[in-house]
Design a protein around this ligand. Structure first.
Ligand SMILES: Cc1ncc(COP(=O)(O)O)c(C=O)c1O
Length: 559
């Protein structure tokens, strides 16, 4: 009898343990189904694998025929590379000199100078086509470097430059004049702060506003508030989406630590909606509407351009539908829906992505252009979510500070920006925005097709990315041809082309002609020669084989 009841107890404990492990396994499986099947969708695996990628590079001979190009093509490429290098050194002499000197002390320059092209090619590129990262002035839609060369500005100042550099010179100057009497006094507010809050309330359709110093900080605060009010731990963000460089929203490569309270899930997926319905620990869902251009894929950068697999296609209706589904699940489950509009806010519509996609968020973050040219981050939200303390529990607070928050000069430039949005011509600009930029993208694509060039652009309004239609290992060279034609990109190269809205049709025609000239020169120089059997897949496989071979030989060398 005694033995029988002990055995029964064991059996019951065993059965309970088994049931618990099956339940845990099922939860794990559900979670993994809601992840995008790529490294971008699996942050931990990506971070682990990244440690095993060894540095190796192509010899000066292989550099020109890493795709198996025949000798004559490799020679043509080499001659063109040398010619381009001479043009660079002559035309950008002072700018290059200054960049190289500053890079010794500016860590950021060392990083951006290194990550411009796939690492296998970088030493030769850096030696022959060195970075020229300084500019002396801006006028209209052009930037002038230290050698006096004017180039069209396609950098968009990381998205800040929405209405043109001259516009922001004005907002900063007028703003500074308005707060000059107060100066840089912090802690107390200049009256423009209150007016900004009112104006942002109207624009966002939300009750309250808090000011921060950068987009990253605005996102930190929005997530912190969501955790505070829901008493839940986890944040959901989507594969590939950038939300600044705070650890919790950057679970993949680039963050030395694993983000343990972040679920990085698949966008536009029923499995994700399932997880949101099932899990009880989710405080918020963070959306970066820019991902609508390339859902689940990391922001495009030429340093990762080893083949022509980069793709983008913006489908407004599909993305709006997805946001509506997310909205419904978040409402049903008490999850805070955060729109991170730091990039797209004011670029798609005056009322931002909420207006553009017709979906309301609980919290919205803004930044970049909203500072009127000065650094800023903003959170707008419903009253009950923005509250930072509890009436019943005085020690229960959600702290958010920041010495420079509500800086009078920033607030005054912001105020100028917000007032400028009220002008009738800005209304007209917004009304026709998508038509104008879609037509421009179509026009450039028609020119590229007519010239039989393997390049196309894809766009979400004034935010563009360059895609490549034939498998190639050398697409990253286009950034150097574009610079030679007077088109300036940011360090991520052809991945992001960001236009300010002051580009006239004539400016745009000039850009399009230069773009076609650059791509034609690149084609003439043999960079797009192609082995008929090559595919993007075969290129990726070949690179993977190289990586494994180098890893193995390094391990052997270490033994
Ligand atoms: C969507 C989004 N969120 C947050 C940030 C971070 O903003 P900041 O660079 O001002 O910290 C960025 C920056 O590019 C962004 O695009």
């Amino acid at each position: 009898m005694q033995w029988g009841s002990t055995a029964l107890a064991f059996y019951e404990v065993g059965a309970a343990a088994l049931a618990a492990s099956v339940a845990t396994l099922r939860k794990r499986l559900e979670l993994s189904q809601a992840k995008y099947p790529s490294l971008a969708g699996h942050a931990r695996i990506a971070r682990r694998l990244a440690r095993f990628v060894p540095f190796y590079e192509y010899s000066p001979e292989r550099f020109f025929c890493s795709d198996g190009a025949p000798r004559d093509i490799a020679e043509r490429r080499r001659a063109a590379f040398e010619e381009l290098s001479q043009i660079y050194r002559a035309r950008f002499a002072e700018t290059i000199r200054c960049t190289a000197a500053a890079a010794q002390t500016l860590s950021d320059l060392q990083f951006t100078g290194t990550y411009r092209v796939p690492f296998q090619y970088r030493s030769l590129v850096r030696a022959h086509l060195p970075s020229a990262s300084f500019v002396a002035s801006s006028h209209g839609v052009t930037l002038t470097d230290l050698d006096g060369n004017a180039s069209y500005d396609l950098t968009g100042s990381y998205g800040v430059n929405l209405l043109g550099n001259d516009f922001y010179k004005g907002t900063i100057e007028r703003g500074a004049a308005r707060v000059r009497e107060l100066g840089p006094v912090l802690g107390s507010y200049h009256p423009v702060v209150a007016e900004n809050a009112q104006m942002l309330r109207a624009i966002s359709g939300l009750d309250e506003v808090s000011f921060h110093m950068s987009g990253t900080e605005a996102v930190m605060q929005a997530v912190r508030l969501a955790r505070y009010h829901t008493r839940r731990s986890h944040v959901v963000c989507f594969s590939g989406a950038y939300h600044g460089w705070w650890s919790d929203v950057q679970p993949g490569i680039g963050n030395p630590l694993a983000a343990r309270q972040t679920y990085m899930l698949r966008e536009l997926s029923d499995s994700t909606l399932w997880i949101l319905r099932k899990r009880r620990n989710i405080a918020c869902v963070l959306i970066n509407p820019l991902q609508a251009m390339h859902p689940n894929v990391a922001p495009p950068s030429d340093s990762a351009l080893i083949d022509s697999g980069r793709n983008a296609r913006f489908d407004r209706a599909r993305y709006a539908d997805w946001l509506k589904q997310l909205r419904a699940v978040c409402t049903e489950r008490g999850i805070v829906l955060i729109f991170d509009e730091v990039f797209v806010g004011f670029r798609l519509a005056k009322g931002g992505a909420q207006e553009y996609f017709g979906v309301r968020a609980d919290l919205v973050t803004y930044g970049k252009t909203l500072g009127g040219g000065l650094p800023v981050g903003v959170v707008c939200g419903r009253h009950e979510l923005m509250k930072r303390f509890s009436d019943e529990r005085p020690a229960d607070i959600c702290l958010a500070r920041g010495t420079f928050n509500s800086h009078p000069y920033v607030m005054a430039a912001m105020n100028e920006f917000l007032h400028a949005l009220e002008a009738p011509q800005i209304d007209a600009l917004y009304r026709d925005l998508d038509n104008v930029w879609n037509a421009r993208a179509d026009a450039l694509n028609a020119l590229l097709a007519a010239a039989d060039l393997p390049v196309r652009v894809a766009n979400m309004s004034s935010i563009w990315t360059v895609c490549y239609t034939e498998p190639s290992r050398y697409n990253w060279m286009l950034q150097y041809y574009l610079r030679t034609e007077g088109l300036m990109l940011s360090w991520i190269g052809t991945g992001r082309v960001i236009f300010s809205l002051d580009y006239s049709d004539a400016d745009f025609r000039a850009i399009a002609d230069r773009f076609v000239a650059a791509a034609s020169a690149m084609k003439r120089d043999g960079w797009w020669w192609r082995d008929a059997a090559a595919t993007n897949r075969s290129i990726r496989r070949a690179v993977l084989k190289e990586i494994i071979a180098h890893r193995v030989s390094k391990l052997r060398g270490a033994v």
